[in-house]
Write a protein of this length. Structure first.
Length: 166
């Protein structure tokens, strides 16, 4: 077998359910696997990984191969931000830069909106996007409005800054 699995090899080993995003084994590859078992396990980053021919693959990349016959050329984005939601409708092939434009709101964010933070020295809300300052505002809502406008102008994904459910 080659280092990189083919669509044909993948489809002999696994079934993929487009509605749930789950892979199930079609055949046994060792004594711990039964036909019909869900394939894969969560890795340390929250993605599902599946081991095939002694190589670990992230399931979302296998979904792309299963569906389109090739691996994505660059990066992949889980549109809703849930790393183990591998439904094909939730996946898109993107560049690394595009993927960074669909980040979730960090847990330590205090304003509730990405790119908006409190400037204690000026006692105002400031908008900072990609290390560039876009102004300070007396009201948080004005700062959020400005940030939304800038993100739209810069082509960020509409989910950028939303909280993920997973």
């Amino acid at each position: 077998m080659t280092d990189i699995i083919t669509q044909e090899q993948l489809k002999k080993l696994l079934d993929y359910d487009r509605e749930t995003g789950v892979f199930k084994w079609k055949t046994t590859t060792n004594c711990r696997i039964r036909v019909g078992d869900v394939a894969g396990c969560l890795d340390e980053n929250g993605y599902i990984k599946i081991r095939l021919f002694n190589k670990a693959y992230r399931a979302h990349r296998l979904v792309w191969l299963y569906t389109y016959g090739k691996f994505p050329e660059d990066d992949m984005d889980h549109i809703n931000g849930i790393k183990n939601d591998n439904r094909i409708i939730n996946l898109r092939a993107v560049t690394q830069a595009e993927n960074a434009r669909n980040l979730r709101l960090r847990k330590d964010n205090t304003s509730g909106y990405i790119g908006v933070g409190w400037d204690t020295g000026k006692n105002k809300w400031r908008v900072t996007i990609s290390r560039k300052q876009y102004g300070r505002f007396k009201s948080k809502s004005d700062a959020i409005t400005k940030a939304k406008k800038i993100y739209k102008e810069l082509g960020y994904h509409e989910n950028h800054g939303n909280r993920a459910n997973g």
